[in-house]
Unconditional design. Structure first.
Length: 124
């Protein structure tokens, strides 16, 4: 009688996806600072106040210099990978899905950020 229905499983996964995406939104700026060493810090520690995007001369952090395009592409790639990690793998336990989704942030964000930094000449 207490068996989960397919609809309730999907709702639980959707709720989990929303929580993972919310955490990614909170910690995205930390990934920015770690990846680009640009000066970005946690939202509660000054956020982008010390980012090199505010400096007169380049290099400027690609995510902070172009947040509506370059930064958004990175964030969407991360969250798409996280949602896929939660919904797509069949036969995985819920904790395994959460671990995959958590790993997607540094792995996908790092790969996309590295590519964007290279394309924008950040590490030239």
């Amino acid at each position: 009688m207490n068996e989960a229905t397919p609809g309730s499983d999907r709702r639980r996964l959707a709720t989990l996806s929303a929580a993972v995406v919310a955490l990614s939104l909170i910690f995205f700026i930390d990934l920015c600072g770690a990846l680009f060493a640009c000066g970005c810090r946690s939202l509660w520690a000054g956020a982008s106040a010390l980012c090199n995007v505010h400096a007169a001369t380049p290099p400027h952090c690609p995510w902070c210099a172009h947040p509506a395009t370059v930064g958004a592409v990175a964030f969407l790639a991360i969250t798409a990978a996280q949602v896929a990690a939660i919904f797509l793998p069949r036969g995985l336990t819920l904790p395994s899905r959460v671990l995959l989704a958590a790993a997607a942030m540094p792995v996908v964000g790092g790969a996309v950020g590295w590519l964007q930094g290279w394309l924008f000449g950040y590490w030239a």
